[in-house]
Design a binder for this molecule. Structure first.
Ligand code: 5GP
Ligand code: MG
Length: 191
């Protein structure tokens, strides 16, 4: 269990699950693993926004290959703390990814529906290789069979915020990843 000496506990958090320094340390290792998979080749990064924005920014700076960046916007939560039905594609890709090495990045793998849908979209465009990297994996919550190639941290089934992850668009700017106080999860002021 991490003890967050880095920053004081945010008043809206019950606990810190992963500290900023743990995140940044693990991202260095993930950068190395991506290098082992893709060698010196150019990589087209696809980031699932908004959640993966911080993770993408830090991870891509650990990769010294030539990179291109595209973003895909998916909505799944609508101010709730559990995935609601089917994820919706809000904004698709703009870069051509046929025959490219694609690195798909998301913040968290939960039911698996988002990454299954986005991987299908990407695979239809016939990339040369697709590697999926997530910062967090809630393995116990899977509803469809999906495994990421690279995982930062496996976590238990708790609703987390910070480092890009939000609740009703709040808390993305926290440096650590923590569990939101359960009374706030039902708070109408945050909706
Ligand atoms: P899935 O489609 O795998 O159920 O959900 C993936 C998406 O749900 C993630 O990209 C993320 O946006 C959101 N999500 C899943 N678990 C959490 C969580 O604990 N906290 C937050 N803030 N978002 C989550
Ligand atoms: Mg997301």
């Amino acid at each position: 269990m991490p003890d967050s000496k880095d920053t004081p506990l945010h008043p809206d958090l019950e606990s810190v699950l992963v500290t900023q320094s743990q995140i940044l340390g693990r991202i260095k290792e993930l950068g190395q693993q991506i290098k082992e998979i893709h060698g010196e080749e150019e990589i087209t990064i696809i980031s699932i926004i908004n959640g993966a924005i911080m993770f993408t920014a830090d991870l891509m700076r650990e990769i010294d290959n030539p990179v291109r960046l595209d973003c895909i916007r998916i909505s799944s939560y609508q101010n709730e703390t559990k995935s609601m039905g089917t994820p919706k594609l809000i904004h698709s890709l703009t870069l051509d990814i046929a025959n490219r090495n694609v690195l798909l990045i998301d913040d968290i793998l939960d039911t698996g529906k988002t990454l299954e849908m986005v991987s299908d979209i990407i695979n239809k465009l016939e990339p040369a290789k697709l590697t999926v990297c997530v910062l967090l994996d809630k393995e116990g919550r899977r509803e469809v069979k999906f495994d990421a190639d690279l995982v930062g941290f496996k976590i238990s089934d708790k609703f987390v915020v910070g480092y890009g992850l939000d609740f009703a668009e709040r808390y993305r700017n926290l440096r650590d990843i923590g569990v939101l106080n359960s009374d706030l999860q039902n708070s109408p002021e945050l909706a």
